[in-house]
Design a protein around this ligand. Structure first.
Ligand code: SAH
Length: 373
């Protein structure tokens, strides 16, 4: 893992990272009544103003105090790349010069029908990633830092502003391991879920994890609402360990203990993400084991043909192998789908988001960390 210097702390916090109670406390410190919290939140999340000065139902003194203490937008939009399947990738610069990417995925008419207005945002939770999954581009240059709640929430507001359309489905499947950034993640989710905040409902929010068992158990006890997806990618320790070093720390049995706790507390279906990688995890034995494991925790399985990553040796299996794997799961009574990927041509598909950095020559991909090269 690359240990980078922490983000400078002198920068003002962003207003969109505060919860209603935080506003009430701050307003009280300013000698202002609590009802102003809702007014501020309306300006931030309903009307989406660009300056504190535009908050016209607040007094001039309060507007000035807000401008002195807070920033509005934590993300500076840099580039927007469209893909032939209309998936687009947004690049944002953070206040400390770091970069993150967010992917907008419109509904596929083939999957959801012509009339679907489903727009999914694939959100990043960290700059870089420390988990070093062998097939993924996001961890190639190591870990830099956690995103704060405002930087997570800001991705939604910016995507809606740039795209002119509401996002109604959110997946934490961008760069980073969301459960390794639990404090900021849970704060962001409260803001995203809340009626006074972004207002995206629990059924439309999915958190994906490489399998941090203790954090899953902790989250199971939280009042937060969201769906859980597990990046499984291997049905035995032997196979999983080969491609996901996290499995050494939390082997499959340990992970499943956490999933059983999740199941009993939440009574909600878990999704297993399973990338099909040729010759690694696409055998009949793995399909059989996966079916057993999925049935045990009543998980549904989302099969994802591997998206190629430059510099990595892995390949996706042939379509007939993908389909045989799917059929095997279905024949065992497991609910399973085979995903058609989006955004492959602009490196915006799962696992293709790479760490970026600014140099004299412009924004480039960060060099691959020493441990990987
Ligand atoms: N760290 C979290 C969140 C990232 S989600 C997690 O692991 O779940 C990104 C998803 O894309 C994960 O399911 C990840 O395993 C998957 N992925 C990574 N590289 C991929 C690739 N090259 N092709 C397809 N999926 C990939």
């Amino acid at each position: 893992m690359t240990t980078d210097s922490p983000a400078p702390t002198s920068v003002k916090p962003s207003a969109i990272g505060l919860e209603k109670d935080d506003w009430i406390a701050w307003l009280s410190s300013q000698g202002e009544p609590a009802f102003r919290a809702q007014q501020i939140l309306d300006w931030l999340f309903r009307k989406r103003v660009d300056s504190f000065d535009a908050m016209t139902n607040l007094g001039a003194g309060l507007r000035q105090a807000l401008a002195e203490n807070f920033r509005l937008n934590p993300l500076e939009s840099r580039t927007q790349e469209g893909s032939i399947d209309t998936t687009s990738k947004l690049l944002f610069r953070l206040h400390d010069g770091r970069y993150i990417e967010t992917v907008v995925i419109p509904a596929s008419p083939a999957l959801y029908g012509e009339k679907s207005d489903r727009r999914t945002l694939c959100v990043s939770s960290q700059v870089g990633c420390a988990y070093d999954c062998k097939f993924c581009a996001s961890g190639l240059a190591g870990f830099t830092r956690n995103l704060d709640a405002a930087e997570i929430v800001g991705q939604i507001l910016q995507a809606e502003k740039l795209g002119g359309e509401k996002i109604n489905n959110l997946v934490f499947m961008g760069m980073g391991e969301p459960l390794a950034n639990l404090t900021n993640l849970t704060k962001a989710i409260r803001i995203i879920n809340a009626e006074w905040g972004v207002g995206i409902g629990a059924r439309h929010l999915t958190i994906s994890t490489s399998g941090l068992a203790p954090q899953i158990e902790k989250l199971a006890q939280e009042p937060l609402q969201f769906r859980l997806a597990i990046s499984l990618h291997g049905a035995s320790d032997e196979v999983r360990e080969q491609i996901m070093p996290v499995n050494k720390k939390y082997p499959i049995d340990r992970l499943f203990k956490a999933l059983e706790i999740w199941q009993t507390t939440r009574k909600q279906k878990i999704t297993f993400e399973y990338i099909l990688i040729q010759g690694i995890n696409d055998s009949r034995e793995q399909a059989e084991l996966l079916a057993k494991r999925a049935r045990k925790v009543r998980a549904k399985v989302n099969l994802i043909p591997y998206n190629t990553v430059e510099g990595l040796p892995w390949k996706r299996p042939e379509v007939k192998v993908q389909e045989a794997f799917l059929d095997h799961l279905l024949s065992k009574g497991v609910q399973a789908t085979l995903r058609r990927e989006k955004g492959h041509d602009i490196a915006a598909a799962c696992g293709q988001l790479r760490l970026k950095q600014e140099t004299d020559e412009g924004i480039i991909e960060a060099p691959v960390a020493a441990a990987r090269s």
